[in-house]
Write a protein that binds this ligand. Sequence first.
Ligand code: HEM
Length: 449
Amino acid sequence: MTAPFVPPHPPRGERPVPVWRGFFGERARTAVYGWSERAFRERYMRRNVLGFRVHIPLDPDVVQHVLLDNASNYAKPDIIKKLLAPAIGEGLLTSDAGLWREQRRIVAANFAPAAVDALVPKFGEVARASLERWTPGSRNMAREATRATMQVISNTLFSGDARLTSEAAMAHIAAALEGVSEARLQVMLGLPRMPWTARGWKAQRGQAYLRGTLETVVRERLPDGGPDDFLGRLIRGLGERFAPEQAAELAADNAMTFYLAGHETTANALSWTLFLLSEQPDLQDRVADEAAAALAQGEGADLPDRLPLMRMVLEESLRLYPPAPRFDRQAVEADRLGGEEVRPGDIVSIWPWLLHRHKDLWERPDEFDPERFSPDRRAGRHRFQYIPFGGGPRLCVGARFATAEALAILAQWLSRWRFEPEPGREVRVHGMVTLRPAGGLPLRLSRRG
Ligand code: HEM
């Protein structure tokens, strides 16, 4: 029996932290900072945040009610739309009702199981290209993960457009994410969006650069969409249903949505999985052996099916470090959540971070245990207690894509290289929108075999 491995999480006090503390220091920059032990035992919490009533349901039945059973009553919040509008406008992630449905229908075929499975060799190709650059020694694997997932999105959705994978684009994305907490406060207070700090300026510049790049990429493809790739089909699909000006705007909104949502989360999933394996060399060896054997049988569409151990490790990694640790809704009409009254306009915050580590829902929740996802042990679990990709009609459209991509990339990387921690380096979670390892993830690489 090996000793249980409890990977790091932010410190937790016994007593709830006052709401105002959430706007200062690390709590303002890292969504999962500042939760007390109690938050992982409660079934429901309510907070008042700058005049907003915020409900946090932690009962999977109630989460299911919000995301699935009564989903049409829970829209994307106005403040989130305002916050994200300059970047992703009214694209799939931030639209509701009819506009959302139309757009989801237009993109759905690109993410159908057969379409995603056909991309597996392309995922492997990108991962092999990274291997050619690596040498033994220290390497920031968070950066490698971002570079690889960006390349995957560019290759699979945008015919490999090089403007989407530049070093400048990478730096601007990181800067744009860092500015979210300042912008969020401005939006919540109803203030004009004016940068207050150097971080805010860099974020605004980063966002403008990225939006400008994607608008140019789209404009060059108008009016007929050009090649038969995701972007081409998106432009043609929108062109058939919307007036030319709106169609062009929505094409840019969605190009930006898929560019950002399609790589940053998966990059974090890769980073956290590598981190967890770097801390457990024996398990890493077993996963690497499985990967080598699976690759020896071919690198085609069915590769992910030959990686059952790696899949369980990935699922456990998404439980412990959900790349999207929270997402929100806003009640359209009055409702009840469990016994609690919800008024029109109330915010309902869904927290994978809390649900995934909840003491009533999981045994030894902070412990790393991939066997939780073995067929026997997963049977009977409530499907809304584990929601790294959300749930209901707004379930992540890229869930299958992300899973196949992560498995195909990890198989290439782990079968050829061993990853060890940098001695003395502490890993911390960081991020307001997505959970990243603070300051990157330097690991020591050595060749296998
Ligand atoms: C490990 C990787 C990923 C994670 C953890 C993740 C997580 C999520 C979550 C939690 C949501 C639901 C948000 C909500 O309900 O408010 C979501 C939605 C979405 N995701 Fe992902 N995602 C990942 C990868 C991807 C990829 C690879 C793509 C595209 C290629 C993508 C595109 C989207 C889009 C467009 C939506 C909005 C869907 C809609 O509202 O209809 N995601 N994602």
